[in-house]
Design a protein around this ligand. Structure first.
Ligand code: ZN
Ligand code: ZN
Length: 480
């Protein structure tokens, strides 16, 4: 299992050169015909190996004998619509039932898997050398308070200088920013009007290449207007903050002769184009690559020797229990794109908090210390894997109705010495696709049976009616 479809091609080629044949592919981008064929061959047992996304787990394997979950820490293994499940955990269950081994692979394992290995529930297999003798890049932070970018810009002088040196050596640079589009917020300089999605509580993101303002929650879009819809003033709309498109614009101005490729999941042309772009980068047909987390995963760019993280603090702003872990994993993965074939390489993190433990752990290369502290922290607060969490997400077209239903469910929660219920709180994304959202968080000790507890809440509480809906998310990975 692989977390990302776009990766599959490079992986399939590597697999082919190692084992002499390609595995069958399984992901949502397959044609119905290919889908039917793979399904049948798997059932008949004529396909030996499948490489696929999380849904590959549901193929009717004739005689499954091994599952390898690559990048096991990746949040993409969790499905969060319709049926909620974590494919990594389901793989472990399936291996247990079938009596076969499951390999969870990662350079930055999830805290859960790390603890399972520490406690001897999982067997740890260490790889002592990197693929193709790749040397780890030298990592440094750039303190944005001391080395700020020029006004209206986002790349500090220290970073742009290194980009210049890198491309002068005919090597490649990667600029990473986990934000699609041009700017995350557009406002009117005259009256202060902010462009918000009509059916979500999120700002519209400007996509300048397409000339649109887009909602990243529901896909709503409108053309970028010339005049402010509130005060009617012309040409006074201003873009606030950067997305990858804006970084591309800044980079083009700084390095007009450089060949620049922007990689983002919303590019036109879909997966096919993405694969071509990735191939082009691999072959050296780009000097500077600007990308979202799509580029962080698994790709081998032999000539890439500089990785610049535009906003290393971005993920830390999420107030969820895994913010530090996720940031640590993502930044490690991104900076690991440099120096894959042994060339001397550099990773630079632009940050306003260079003293933060996550930044310190990354530049100090001290993963052990980071895991130790993070595990202690989880244990102290009885957070997973030392405690159990479950979320109830209550939504409806009427705000009052949704909130009242959430309150009623809270009141229906039975007393338990092992389990407590928090909320209801308005979800950070309080409105999505015209539905108002509230959350209850169920927090139990490690031994608590939170599934039965939640079942009890639902059967004691009022039934949903009209547009009301309750979603249950056991071990939530997202708290939005
Ligand atoms: Zn205005
Ligand atoms: Zn929306």
């Amino acid at each position: 299992m692989l977390p990302e479809i776009a990766l599959t091609q490079q992986f399939l080629d590597r697999f082919h050169s190692r084992f002499g044949s390609k595995p069958a592919e399984w992901h949502s981008d397959l044609s119905p015909k290919a889908r039917e064929r793979v399904w049948r061959q798997v059932a008949e047992g004529t396909v030996k190996i499948v490489a696929g996304a999380r849904s590959a787990l549901f193929l009717p394997f004739h005689d499954l004998g091994l599952i390898v979950v690559d990048e096991e820490h990746d949040p993409a293994y969790k499905q969060e619509d319709r049926v909620f499940y974590n494919a990594r955990d389901m793989a472990v269950v399936r291996g247990h039932i079938g009596g076969f081994p499951v390999v969870l692979a990662s350079a930055t394992p999830s805290i859960e898997s790390q603890v399972n290995a520490d406690q001897g529930r999982y067997k740890r297999i260490k790889l002592y050398s990197r693929y193709a003798d790749a040397a780890l890049p030298t990592l440094k932070t750039i303190d944005m308070r001391r080395s700020p970018p020029p006004p209206g810009r986002f790349l500090s002088p220290a970073l742009s200088e290194e980009i210049g040196k890198t491309i002068a050596r005919k090597e490649q640079a990667l600029l990473f920013l986990n934000r699609r589009g041009y700017a995350p917020l557009t406002l009117c300089r005259v009256c202060g009007h902010r462009f918000q999605c009509p059916s979500c509580s999120s700002w519209l993101v400007e996509h300048r290449f397409r000339g649109q303002l887009m909602c990243h929650q529901c896909g709503y879009h409108e053309p970028v207007p010339e005049a402010c819809p509130e005060c009617g003033t012309l040409d006074h709309l201003v873009a606030c903050g950067p997305g990858v498109e804006r970084i591309a614009e800044e980079t083009e101005a700084l390095f007009p002769d450089a060949r620049i490729i922007v990689l983002s999941s919303d590019m036109s042309g879909g997966v096919k184009r993405l694969r071509l772009e990735l191939e082009a980068i691999e072959k050296g047909d780009a000097d500077i690559v600007i990308g979202t987390q799509l580029v962080a995963k698994g790709h081998n760019f032999p000539n890439m020797t500089l990785v610049g993280v535009v906003d290393a603090d971005l993920g830390l702003a999420n107030g969820d229990p895994r913010a530090a872990e996720r940031t640590f994993q993502l930044l490690n993965q991104v900076t690991g794109r440099a120096g894959r074939t042994g060339k001397k390489s550099l990773g630079l993190l632009q940050t306003y908090q260079p003293e933060h433990p996550v930044m310190q752990a990354i530049i100090g290369g001290d993963a052990e210390a980071f895991y130790t502290r993070e595990i202690e922290d989880r244990e102290r607060n009885a957070l997973p894997p030392f405690g159990r969490l479950g979320a109830l997400i209550i939504s409806g077209e009427n705000r009052i109705e949704a909130e009242n239903h959430a309150r009623a469910l809270r009141r229906a929660a039975p007393f338990s010495s092992e389990i407590s219920v928090m909320g209801p709180a308005e979800a950070p994304l309080g409105l999505v696709r015209g539905r108002y959202r509230f959350r209850l968080l169920v927090h139990g000790t490690k031994r608590a049976d939170i599934q039965s507890y939640i079942k009890a809440i639902l059967s004691n509480g009022p039934k949903t009616k009209g547009s009301l809906r309750v979603q249950v998310d056991i071990d939530p990975q997202s708290f939005l």
